[in-house]
Design a protein around this ligand. Sequence first.
Ligand code: TRP
Length: 475
Amino acid sequence: MSNRGNFSGRIGFILAAAGSAVGLGNIWRFPYLAGQNGGAVFLFFYLICIFLLCYPVMVGEIAIGRAANSDAYGSYKKLGGKGWGLLGLYGILAGILILSFYNVVAGWAFGYFLQISFGNLLHQQDFGPYFGAFVNDIFDLSSLQGFANSNLLFSILFMVATAVIVSKGIQKGIEAANKIMMPGLYLILIGIIIYSLTLPNAMSGVKFYLIPDFSELRWTTILDGLKQAFFSLSLGMGCLITYGSYLKKDDNISKSAAIISVADTSVAFLSGMMVFPLVHFLQYKLQVDNVATAGPPLIFIVLPQIFSEMGPVLGRIVGGSFFLLVCFAALTSTISLLEVPVAYFVDTMKYNRTRVVWGLAAGIFILGIPCMVSQGMVPALNQLDFYRGQDWLSFIADMCDIMLTTGGCLMCIFISRTWKIENMHSEISSSEPNYSTSFLKKYLTFTIMWVAPVLLGVLSILVIIEKFWGLENVF
Ligand code: TRP
């Protein structure tokens, strides 16, 4: 196994795993879910989910990878036999599906980054129709002042960037890229927050975000919070098994997992601190009470409108930096998503890394084309009859959520029933002498054996009901 590659040390691993965790989920999905679910109440539940439930699952996942020293399939198979290998394959499939739609959205962000930086986009009068047209016609090469605007092209470029990094391997590719992009991401984020807090009416946004109003609490708030926490930490599909397998034996697992969770949560939290003051600034400018902040278009419709209110120069700087931030976050995640199937073909199937990377990147890109054209170009995919009239991209994204929570549930069952929790403990304590007498050990045992599998099982069922039939129609 010596030629599998390793992270250079704990920092490299933490940066890469935090890079995987920090992504569109934090900057695109978290703020709009928070906007939809009452702001501070959502934040409150989200934090509970992360630290009480997701953290133990993360430790378990990393421990599996490091103990088995193989890809997601190989690890389950090695520790639990061929049958459990299927769970690894299920995770690998989930990763492939996530990447297929994720790359499409990342392509939009990349397109917006170029358009805003070149000063094209901010001349628009109305960003809603602009975004509609942008995602609708994927071939449109000429709509903005002669500058190529095809979102097909943008997502090809994004996938190529992902493949270039992954093909260079663990240290020279994944670790090196994260070492540049993660600090860059924090710097840009903090810069925009400082600026946005100086805008008029910013404090009203901060209040909405930080002071909970528990009368806003709904069942969907809890469901969305838990699902989002799982997705955001990259749990449930073997991503951290794969990264954990490149972790050296003397690196501390529980501390690394804590740092990764805090890093991811802080970026989600800070994204809210960036977005809500901006949104409330816009409300002030337009003299309206509520700009629609709910839903996926938040960063593609509402934010560009805010950037254009800032005037041509400042708008370009702040808007361009914002979308660069989104691209960094997305790219550190797409590389982790591609690495999961790549590791399987390299470790288990013994294929050549470079060929696998390019083959998979091309295949996954093609798999994403239906998502891309489901935003209006192909009406049949825009309104699925069997899926309550929603589009194909949402369908795939929701199926991935379900695959993650079911995968996480099965992983906990795997640890407690097959691999045995004692083996997980001894893997963790091999690099942490004090672990065996700690409270943490008891807490992890309790959560992984009982709380997490039950909650994740129930959550998965509720999410399936919610997505196909609507919770309100069933209960
Ligand atoms: N966590 C990333 C985000 O928040 C997405 C992601 C990357 C992911 N790798 C993953 C999600 C593995 C689930 C599993 O955007």
